[in-house]
Design a protein around this ligand. Structure first.
Ligand code: CDP
Ligand code: CDP
Length: 223
């Protein structure tokens, strides 16, 4: 048995999961894995190749042709899809609108979870997503479940994407987050749900520094 430490961070869309996971990994010298980026990269492939999500054979075939890799530069996570850097493109609205439907597919989840579990086999990692504490690493010693007021989340995300996608309105961002939260919490395969042993972190009124301190207080006693 390896005794590496896994910090599992789950929660709703755009509530600061990756900001916290990145900061925590940097502070503790852990590896950061953005599991959402993997689902987003798969969704981008599906969009570009017009994969029919209702056709299981097509989905399986697509998954065989998708090769994802992470490259970490100063704890900023960069992902490649078949050797192409797609970190920027996967954050844009067309992918945000497609990703939850793709992530609901059984075949897609099975493959992503397998790859994620492999990454956590022997190293200390912080992984954020929707099912990390429930399905990917159910025995993780630290699990955080993040939430924040939906309006605050939409404003934060809008601020982030506004310069890159000036045509997208705050209302569209709000709707997209609401839609994804609904899809993610109601899907059949590994829905977003708080693990019984996950600690709730509502960061509506917390700065990134304050949320980092909250998490450090949970992880540092284990080191
Ligand atoms: O950063 P944001 O909260 O907008 O989303 P993300 O973490 O990049 O995840 C994008 C989408 O991928 C989510 O809305 C889920 O549909 C899906 N996802 C998932 O199903 N399971 C995960 N472990 C991570 C993401
Ligand atoms: O990973 P997730 O989609 O849950 O959220 P994120 O990308 O980490 O955070 C979304 C936006 O909220 C980013 O622009 C963060 O800088 C911001 N944020 C914040 O303003 N205050 C916090 N306490 C956490 C995140």
């Amino acid at each position: 048995m390896s005794n590496n430490i896994i910090v599992a961070i789950d929660g709703y869309s755009s509530c600061g999961k990756s900001t916290l996971a990145k900061a925590l990994a940097k502070k503790l010298h852990f590896i950061y894995v953005d599991s959402g980026a993997m689902y987003r990269a798969v969704a981008l492939y599906f969009l570009r190749n017009d994969v029919d999500m209702a056709n299981h054979a097509q989905v399986e075939e697509a998954l065989k042709n998708i090769h994802l890799n992470f490259h970490s530069r100063d704890y900023e996570s960069h992902i490649t899809l078949n050797d192409e850097e797609v970190s920027e493109e996967i954050r844009q609205m067309p992918v945000s609108e497609k990703v939850s439907a793709v992530a609901a597919l059984k075949e897609v989840r099975r493959e992503m979870v397998k790859q994620q579990q492999r990454m956590g086999k022997s190293k200390n990692i912080v992984m954020d997503g929707r099912d990390i504490g429930t399905a990917v690493f159910p025995t993780a010693p630290v699990k955080l479940f993040m939430t924040a007021d939906p309006k605050v989340r939409a404003e934060r995300r809008y601020k982030e994407i506004h310069t890159k996608e000036p045509d997208v309105t705050l209302e569209e961002v709000f709707e997209n987050l609401a839609h994804r939260d609904y899809a993610d919490t109601t899907r059949v395969e590994s829905p977003l749900v708080r693990a019984d042993d996950a600690i709730i972190l509502d960061n509506t009124e917390l700065t990134p520094e304050q949320q980092l301190q909250f998490a450090l207080d949970k992880v540092e006693p284990l080191l």
